[in-house]
Design a protein around this ligand. Structure first.
Ligand SMILES: Cc1cc2nc3c(=O)[nH]c(=O)nc-3n(C[C@H](O)[C@H](O)[C@H](O)COP(=O)(O)O)c2cc1C
Length: 223
């Protein structure tokens, strides 16, 4: 197939010094993002969710296959069903299925099988990876590439977008989460990878006192 090219969309010309200032400013903002597990029930407009999902959908992906589906749930009855199913899985997980090491690693987060936020938060965005594509008219299967990497990048943009919008998120991964495909009527070609819980934090929300690795532990430079 012949490639069709268009000009790179216009963008401001940024001086070298300004790139540093901008990168620092972005770091100062995004490093304030925290996973919150205590949400207010304050509503968030559907339009906010739509813009955030559009931002996520702008992520790069292997061969531009965009192997993701975002299912946004604010319906209270459905949120209750998701909570009940997630808590059933999590009860088994915390009762020992996770194994000693995993439970020890989670201890500092103070999490358990109770997931009230799945009902309290105004929106749950369930992210599915598409293991392969299906042509809507012919039903023919097509390959997807670098699915995990692509979906991970999209989820990062989703979280960044919510943070930028002034909201908080929780990346929730009930284990296992096959129930989400059934509850949300997604096809067998898809697998749920996470629930992004989004909303305003509860008034007195607390977060674990964690630290992030310094630059010299996460980066190496060859100049
Ligand atoms: C892939 C992934 C899965 C996660 N699953 C859960 C989860 O199921 N429950 C939970 O409370 N936190 C979960 N988290 C949140 C992490 O515990 C949290 O990101 C980490 O402790 C760092 O805290 P911070 O996000 O506030 O920087 C998950 C995070 C990621 C990236």
């Amino acid at each position: 197939m012949l490639s069709k090219f268009v000009p790179l969309p216009p963008r401001p010309i940024v001086s070298a010094a300004e790139t540093t200032a901008r990168a620092k400013k972005f770091f100062e903002d995004i490093s304030q993002r925290r996973t919150v597990r205590d949400f207010a029930d304050t509503p968030v407009p559907k339009a906010t969710i739509e813009w955030a999902i559009k931002a996520a959908g702008s992520a790069p992906s292997g061969a531009n296959k965009q192997p993701w589906t975002f299912v946004a749930v604010s319906n209270p009855a459905l949120k209750t069903k998701i909570r009940e199913a997630a808590e059933a899985e999590e009860a088994a997980f915390y009762a020992g299925k996770a194994g000693k090491e995993w439970l020890k690693d989670l201890a500092h987060l103070g999490t358990d099988e109770h997931k009230p936020f799945l009902e309290t938060a105004p929106w749950l965005i369930v992210v599915f990876q598409q293991n392969y594509g299906i042509d809507e008219t012919t039903g023919k299967k097509s390959k997807h590439y670098y699915i995990h990497e692509s979906v991970g990048l999209a989820c990062g943009l989703l979280l960044a977008s919510f943070h930028q919008a002034g909201l908080t998120t929780l990346t929730h991964t009930p284990s296992p989460m096959n129930f989400l495909r059934d509850l949300l009527h997604r096809p067998l070609s898809e697998r749920a990878v996470m629930i992004v819980v989004a909303g305003y934090p509860a008034k007195d929300a607390m977060v674990p006192d964690i630290s992030r690795k310094p630059l010299n532990q996460i980066a190496q430079f060859f100049e």
